[in-house]
Design a protein around this ligand. Structure first.
Ligand code: HEC
Length: 395
């Protein structure tokens, strides 16, 4: 028995990451919804109750109240929400390290853009994660903090700059995945460095019998609101690996921007709606931005993925390309070190299988250019164009 632990580890961590992410995003959605749905209650105002809400769920009634800044005494049992965020970040970082850093030559480095060693690529990746947080945190502490819309706009353009720059140095999917991790890191750091410490200070001053500083709560609330708007774009990036159409596009940074705006508009629609402030315009605008981004993607795609005129390409030529560039991995018994079975279950050694996989081959080789993995074999653009021509001719 040959047990290769890496894919199982990858699967286990990914499983954990998705589950923790659901718990985190779920609680973020829930609390923002709760905040927006609170309504003042008459006789409670003087007790420091900002608002309350009745809900029915799971066969019982809930009566939630929010105290601003804090209740007059410390409850015995106080629940904190933080491990959802920490677990999501830790598992996400483990995945990033396992795939994009450990095997940077296969997933992160694109030698046609910038030739780097695994260590250099990892260093650069970690650097942008730290830089992202420092810039964002700096913005939140600058005078911009008084204007959420302006702050959000500036942060958006900072991220756009990162997305553009990363796509110049990393593989398409490495660049897109790093955008998710920059934003995800800022979100988790918000919880770790601002929200939880501020809540701790509030609790400490209450225990000391002092009135807590309302600014602490306001800053925490602001960060948690930012997190809420960042979730939809981050979730898209989490599963973007399935979409070469997105990360394989040379303008992937522009597509990300479009889809991020779409996600935030949809989030905004729901956040307003919870305050009984329904504006379908946001939803329509979100859909319009989605369609515009999709059209732009298709248009820009044609520009670069259309095979140059290489003349008719025969199956024999394609078979030769598969033998040179693919079958060391995509065969019943791969010869490439570290692979015991054909990756993605794909075998490219006979005509029926190669022809059946033409569409997938086109996506991976011509559009996304992520196969051959890490361009280990140095496939040229002409060869990609030949495969493109052949794949289109048998459609
Ligand atoms: C060094 C090993 C390696 C080489 C060489 C390689 N691949 Fe892959 N291939 C993989 C791995 C690993 C995956 C699994 C998914 C991933 O990493 O994205 C994969 C996945 C795929 C997929 C599946 C994507 C899907 O639809 O799920 C296709 C198609 C593909 N490769 C085609 C090719 C073609 C065509 C070539 C040659 C031009 C090639 N690969 C060369 C390792 C390799």
């Amino acid at each position: 028995m040959d047990l290769d632990i890496t894919p199982w580890l990858n699967m286990a961590i990914r499983w954990l990451h998705v589950i923790a992410g659901i718990a985190w995003i779920g609680s973020s959605f829930y609390f923002i919804w709760l905040d927006n749905s609170l309504r003042p209650e008459k006789d409670e105002k003087d007790k420091g109750v900002f608002g309350a809400l009745w809900a029915v769920h799971g066969g019982g009634f809930y009566h939630k109240k929010k105290y601003l800044v804090a209740p007059d005494h410390m409850p015995d049992d106080l629940h904190w929400f933080k491990w959802e965020a920490y677990t999501t970040w830790l598992s996400g970082f483990a995945l990033l390290a396992l795939m994009y850093y450990w095997s940077a030559d296969l997933y992160l480095v694109d030698r046609s853009k910038l030739d780097m060693t695994n260590l250099q690529a990892t260093g650069l990746g970690l650097l942008v994660l730290a830089a992202g947080w420092l810039i964002y945190d700096g913005l939140c502490k600058s005078p911009l903090r008084k204007n959420n819309a302006l702050l959000g706009t500036v942060w958006f353009f900072v991220l756009l700059g990162f997305a553009y720059g990363l796509n110049l140095v990393f593989s398409g999917r490495g660049a897109v995945m790093h955008m998710g991790t920059i934003v995800g890191t800022a979100m988790a750091a918000n919880v770790f460095f601002i929200i939880i410490p501020n809540q701790r200070k509030v609790v400490a001053s209450m225990l000391a019998g002092q009135a807590p500083d309302p600014k602490l709560g306001q800053a925490a609330k602001q960060r948690s609101l930012h997190n809420n708007y960042m979730t939809l774009p981050v979730v898209l990036i989490m599963f973007s690996n399935h979409y070469p159409l997105l990360f394989g596009n040379p303008y992937n940074w522009a597509l990300l921007a479009g889809f991020a705006i779409c996600g935030m508009l949809i989030r905004h629609f729901f956040n307003r709606r919870h305050k009984n402030d329904v504006h379908y315009g946001y939803l329509v605008a979100g859909a319009a931005v989605f369609i515009a981004t999709m059209v732009f993607a298709a248009a820009s795609q044609n520009g670069f993925a259309k095979p140059q005129d290489t003349g008719a390409v025969t199956y024999t030529q394609v078979k030769a390309l598969m033998d040179t560039h693919c079958t060391m991995c995509h065969a019943t018994s791969p010869t490439y070190d570290g692979f015991d079975a054909p990756p993605a279950g794909l075998i490219l050694t006979d005509k029926a299988a190669i022809t059946a996989a033409a569409g997938r081959i086109y996506d991976q080789v011509v559009v996304a250019k992520i196969m051959p993995l890490g361009n280990e074999t140095g496939m040229t653009d002409e060869e990609r164009a030949m495969i493109g021509k052949w794949a289109q001719s048998i459609k």
